[in-house]
Design a protein around this ligand. Structure first.
Ligand SMILES: Nc1ncnc2c1ncn2[C@@H]1O[C@H](COP(=O)(O)OP(=O)(O)O)[C@@H](O)[C@H]1O
Ligand SMILES: [Mg+2]
Length: 329
């Protein structure tokens, strides 16, 4: 076996212990956050950059966005202001438990890795924007060949990482219609009108379906109700129109799609025709080279396909996470 460079996620897994939060809960002398902890109560002590004896558990006060903190009674202490009721609360505790990025938490190795990925995607977006796709350059499809390879994991992490950029608004769209779980993974409950509903009924205003969250610059769009004609709906001209409306509504908006597996469902290929870039997640302990090739072929309606090696091995010579996998290679 020849030595090969470690993939980004491999390095992340080595540096960043994904189970540490869970173990930390059992061992830490500080009070752990219960999974069902209610919304934060008035904040008395927002951890600042000063060194603390023990690191704040991920998902605690540090994660409350500044816009929801205010010293309303002038006592020098910030109180927590409940966000408007139409703002969905992202469950940071759950994100931490799943080993995912936690908005507002101290930057760890995984966050650093996703910074590299987003940097490359943002650079490519700039180049794509100069070509015929123009504003569609601001759309990224997160795909994979088969289920379970980490599309949703990567799409959410990427969206959280991108949302921390200045001058962007991220719209994370759940387009895995067969297994929509973006909202549930973020702890957002309830029925929401989503993409398929918008495509099926032209009277629905896409913007009205965008779910704002308490993570600054991060919004969500649900998958919507499934029908037998998902692929036909997606393939209709309306999809492009809806996409363009969402992009035109906010020039800072970047749309990230969590897509269905390319080898299992056709909507992924259809979406690939519409987006500026594809981030293809490969889980090399499971994904065969043939599957990768086939997935690339199915998604090659998009000229910019980036490979992301998730959790395990990595082969191609150049780059790591986010290396360019050119058309026809
Ligand atoms: N790099 C990773 N580290 C930790 N857990 C991961 C990683 N990648 C995927 N997972 C977990 O593996 C499972 C399958 O991933 P998921 O993102 O749901 O796959 P997909 O959306 O492609 O079907 C999920 O429980 C997810 O949290
Ligand atoms: Mg998924």
């Amino acid at each position: 076996m020849s030595a090969r460079p470690e993939s980004l996620i491999e390095r992340a897994a080595r540096v960043y212990d994904f189970n540490a939060h869970l173990r930390g809960r059992a061992e830490a002398p500080v009070e752990p956050i219960a999974a069902e902890e209610p919304a934060p109560v008035p904040v008395r002590d927002v951890p600042g950059p000063a060194p603390a004896p023990a690191p704040a558990p991920v998902g605690t006060l540090a994660a409350i966005p500044a816009e929801f903190l205010s010293d309303s009674d002038d006592d020098g202490l910030d109180e927590w202001i409940a966000p408007p009721s139409d703002v969905a609360m992202i469950d940071r505790t759950m994100l931490a438990e799943m080993g995912m990025l936690v908005p507002g938490a101290p930057v760890g190795a995984l966050a650093e890795e996703f910074r590299l990925v987003k940097r490359q995607l943002l650079l490519t977006a700039r180049v794509v924007a100069e070509g015929p796709l123009r504003q569609r350059a601001r759309t990224i499809l997160v795909g994979s060949g088969k289920p379970g390879e980490g599309k949703t994991f990567c799409a959410i992490n990427l969206a959280i990482s991108l949302a921390a950029e200045r001058d962007v608004e991220i719209l994370l769209v759940d387009a895995d219609f067969a297994k929509p779980d973006v909202l549930a993974r973020l702890g957002v409950d309830g029925e929401h009108t989503g993409l398929l509903d918008i495509l099926a009924d032209p009277r629905i205003d896409p913007e009205a379906c965008v779910i704002r969250t308490d993570v600054p610059q991060l919004s969500l769009l649900a998958a919507g109700k499934r029908s037998h004609s998902d692929t036909e709906l997606l393939a209709s001209a309306r999809t492009g129109e809806v996409l363009d409306r969402l992009l035109a509504a906010n020039p800072k908006r970047i749309i990230v799609f969590d897509s269905p597996p390319a080898l299992a469902a056709s909507p992924a290929s259809v979406l690939a025709l519409l987006v500026g870039q594809v981030m293809l997640v490969v889980r090399a302990d499971r994904t065969t080279e043939g599957d990768v090739q086939e997935a690339v072929q199915l998604l090659d309606g998009c000229d910019e396909i980036h490979l992301v090696l998730n959790a395990v091995s990595y082969e191609p010579g150049r780059g790591r996470f986010g290396s360019y996998y050119g058309r026809g290679e």
